[in-house]
Design a protein around this ligand. Sequence first.
Ligand code: HEC
Length: 192
Amino acid sequence: MNRLLALTAMVTVFASCSRDAPPTPASSGASATPRVVPPSPPSTAQAVDALDRIDGRTPVPLLPMMANHQKQSMRDHLVAVQEIVGAVAKQDFVAVEKSAGRIGFSEQMGAMCTHMGAGAPGFAEQALNFHHTADEIGVAAKARDAGAVLAALSETLTTCTTCHQTFRQQVVDDATWAKATNMTAPAGPMHH
Ligand code: HEC
């Protein structure tokens, strides 16, 4: 019974997170109308295809190394946000500025984002806008203005969530990546 409840809860949570609510298993007892449960994909490749059809966001084609690198830097972006919130709570503006610097714009950051987005029109623009918006956090920290730091952080987080709503990773092989970007694979995340 506990397992059934847990399953029902999981399905409910999943449904509320996805654009197209998946069908409720007929056995959940949550609905009187039996629904059709799609068969599980027989292979991993088909499971990936099934996800591609459910996830309506624009794919960003990336080689495995690039995809891993992108996720690493994403996790560090979130750490930077965590540090900024902690530092502003303590009115430690030096620490705010330091952490904001990690998500701010630099030529190297810009080149990397352009490379990452080479196969997804619009990605690099959103990425550069994010880094330029994050620069305002440092400006507010220099002015020792906690309210302005939080306002700039909020603007920055909007650029994070907007991009996440628009794009998703799509890990591809060398040939697919080369075709999508008109570049030669393999290429490391730092090289053009
Ligand atoms: C220009 C686009 C873009 C911006 C801006 C952006 N992200 Fe992401 N982020 C992505 C993509 C694409 C993924 C992969 C999502 C997927 O495939 O479902 C991702 C994934 C992540 C992940 C998951 C990492 C993992 O290990 O799976 C975290 C955490 C994250 N982003 C945090 C942030 C934070 C915090 C910000 C802003 C401070 C931010 N991102 C800004 C595009 C972006």
